[in-house]
Ligand binder design. Structure first.
Ligand code: IPM
Ligand code: MN
Length: 357
């Protein structure tokens, strides 16, 4: 029997609850499909700050690098909000992405037919549904540029800088073109080339590479327009490629139009099969520890891990289908429940998904 070593980064807020849900689902699907898992937890974020004073202990980095893949919950919370930037919980997330070389962030956002009524957009706008794959650059740009404080023209001043090298743009664009090739051969590259130099280089390189992919229809869109188009006509998008910061913002917008931010999984990938899988939502401190969180984004992240890291297609599909079934049957956690319907708890939703595997 195959056995995969999975590092668990539970993190903060609802992180522990949703990771534990996904672990239960993985164990259950593993029994069915004869796949073994060894789970090893490591500290990250606020939990690591509380235990050892820093958000990303070396032990955690080493542990992740020696795992076959990593599942993460979320980091951050009000308790650590006033710490300086370089010791904040969020810094750990950037640190682990960089340490593992995870330059690609895949964030699929699709409208489940069962959740059409939860979508805040008008029915005619989403009549055809949507199924978007956001390919977000994850280890460059303004997130990782030079930053600091200085005396400026008006006194005290802070600055952050965005830099993108040809190499960084080429490798993320390549992932996007290959992804488009496996889907509907439609790629939109999102930038701010009317203002930013990094975007102009980005656009130039994407155009150069488009020549290598004549089978893929490739277009550009300015990010402000993209933000508008996403709510005006989301079905025009298939694969989207964009920078770290634009991808962060647009993926939250995309998640909202699926009905709930609690639905979106993600895969962060590099040059090896060792990736990091996490929901795109945050630690939701307001509902932490209450067994209320929607575990679906994390459970779907585990399904992405089975597919991308381990090529376990059948097991991955079983999870995706089980999620489809619970939604089609009208089962909802609090974020999705409406009209006085009694919502399922995190554990109940997890149980229902496991029953349908
Ligand atoms: C995300 C999060 C992170 C990001 C934060 C917590 C650093 O918002 O994964 O989208 O901005 O990448
Ligand atoms: Mn984000």
């Amino acid at each position: 029997m195959k056995n995969y070593k999975i590092g668990l980064l539970r993190g903060d807020g609802i992180g522990p609850e949703i990771v534990d849900s996904a672990v239960r689902v993985l164990k259950a699907v593993g029994e069915k499909y004869n796949i073994g898992f060894t789970f090893t937890p490591y500290l990250i974020g606020g939990a690591a700050i509380d235990a050892c004073g820093i958000p990303l202990p070396q032990e955690t980095v080493d542990g992740c690098l020696s795992s076959d893949s990593v599942l993460l919950g979320a980091v951050g919370g009000p308790k650590w909000d006033n710490l300086p930037g370089n010791v904040r919980p969020e810094k750990a997330l950037l640190g682990i992405r960089a340490a593992m070389g995870l330059f690609t962030n895949l964030r699929p956002a699709k409208l489940y037919p069962a959740l059409k009524d939860e979508c805040p957009l008008r029915a005619d706008i989403v009549a055809n549904g949507f199924d978007i794959m956001i390919v977000r650059e994850l280890t460059g740009g303004i997130y990782f540029g030079e930053r600091g404080y200085r005396e400026g023209k008006y006194g005290e001043e802070a600055y952050d800088t965005e830099a993108y090298s040809r190499m960084e743009i080429e490798r993320i664009a390549r992932v996007a073109f290959e992804t488009a090739r496996k889907r509907n051969k439609k790629l939109i590259s999102i930038d701010k080339a009317n203002v930013l130099e990094t975007s102009r280089l980005w656009r130039k390189i994407v155009h150069e590479m488009a020549a290598e992919y004549p089978d893929v229809t490739c277009g550009d869109m300015l990010v402000d327009n993209a933000a508008m188009q996403l709510v005006r006509n989301p079905s025009q998008f298939d694969v989207v490629v964009t920078s770290n910061m634009f991808g962060d913002i647009l993926s939250d917008e995309a998640s909202q139009i699926t009905g709930s931010i609690g639905m979106l999984p993600s895969a962060s990938l590099g040059d090896t099969t060792r990736g990091l899988y996490e929901p795109i939502h945050g630690s939701a401190p307001d509902i932490a520890g209450q067994n209320k969180a929607n575990p679906i984004a994390t459970i779907l992240s585990a399904a992405m891990m089975l597919l991308y890291a381990f090529d376990e297609k059948a097991a991955s599909e079983a999870i995706v289908n089980a999620v489809d079934k619970v939604l089609n049957e009208g089962l909802r956690t609090a974020d999705l429940a409406r009209n006085g319907a009694t919502p399922l708890t995190t554990t109940e939703m997890t149980d229902e998904i496991i029953k349908r595997l």
